[in-house]
Unconditional design. Structure first.
Length: 258
């Protein structure tokens, strides 16, 4: 339907200015003032459409709608590229078209406020055993070799500690036995009018009170100005596993008579 050379309705405008689905107007167009208002609204609508950014691309110049349509046709396939070529506005227009999906969301810039550098210490995670293995590389067999190198030193150190402990314990026991035997000999000498017990009696008494790992123990008593003196000697057998070295031990104890 025409009225004064103008279209009866417009499909882009709402209300009484919209063209019907079958090409006819929904309402009559009205007078000349209403036609001028409709034309002004259509120009504003077209201007707003030109200023809207196209999805997936940036177009500069007055021909941005044609460039947007060209980019859209280029994305659809090779069959429509020939149709899209005729829509370019000209060589003086700059056409920028990004071939990306429309479903991509805009993500914030990484470290936009430079906070990663300040919080790097907090964000550091504790290294795991797997990270340590990857850093050291392939070290299969290295532990066995290192253990074999220090195994001998560990064995000798262990044996030395055991022998030292036994020697100290044996020496302390021998010293205690000598003091006990000297006191016993002084008591016996007082009871027997100054006569000391026999050598066998002194030996038997010393061995009976001896504690420790000493071998070849010998006790001897004699009368001295300070009283009764007992000398105890023994031999300690060191533990080595290869040979049988010995360590001699000798102690002396004196107890006043009476």
């Amino acid at each position: 339907m025409r009225h004064g050379g103008e279209a009866a309705g417009d499909p882009e405008l709402p209300g009484p200015f919209r063209r019907g689905d079958h090409g006819g107007p929904v309402h009559p167009t009205g007078g000349a003032g209403q036609r001028r208002s409709r034309v002004a609204k259509r120009r504003l609508l077209l201007r707003g459409r030109r200023q809207r950014p196209a999805a997936g691309g940036l177009f500069l110049g007055p021909g941005r709608d044609a460039a947007a349509q060209a980019c859209e046709l280029q994305r659809r396939g090779d069959g429509q590229r020939d149709a899209a070529r005729g829509l370019y506005p000209g060589d003086r227009h700059l056409r920028l078209c990004a071939h990306v999906r429309r479903g991509l969301r805009r993500e914030p810039a990484a470290d936009g406020d430079h906070e990663d550098g300040l919080a790097s210490v907090v964000l550091m995670r504790r290294p795991t055993l797997m990270d340590l293995r990857l850093a050291l590389g392939d070290r299969r067999g290295a532990t066995a070799v290192e253990f074999a190198m220090i195994l001998g030193a560990m064995i000798f150190l262990t044996i030395g500690v055991i022998n030292l402990s036994l020697v100290i314990y044996t020496f302390a026991g021998l010293q205690s036995a000598a003091q006990n035997t000297a006191r016993w000999a002084a008591i016996q000498a007082t009871a027997n009018a100054g006569a000391l017990p026999t050598a066998q009696q002194v030996q038997d008494h010393g061995v009976s009170v001896l504690q420790g790992a000493a071998t070849q123990v010998a006790f001897a008593a004699e009368t001295v100005p300070c009283g009764s003196r007992v000398t105890a000697s023994a031999t300690f057998l060191l533990i080595t596993g290869l040979a049988s070295p010995t360590l001699p031990l000798t102690v002396t104890a004196c107890h006043p008579a009476g």
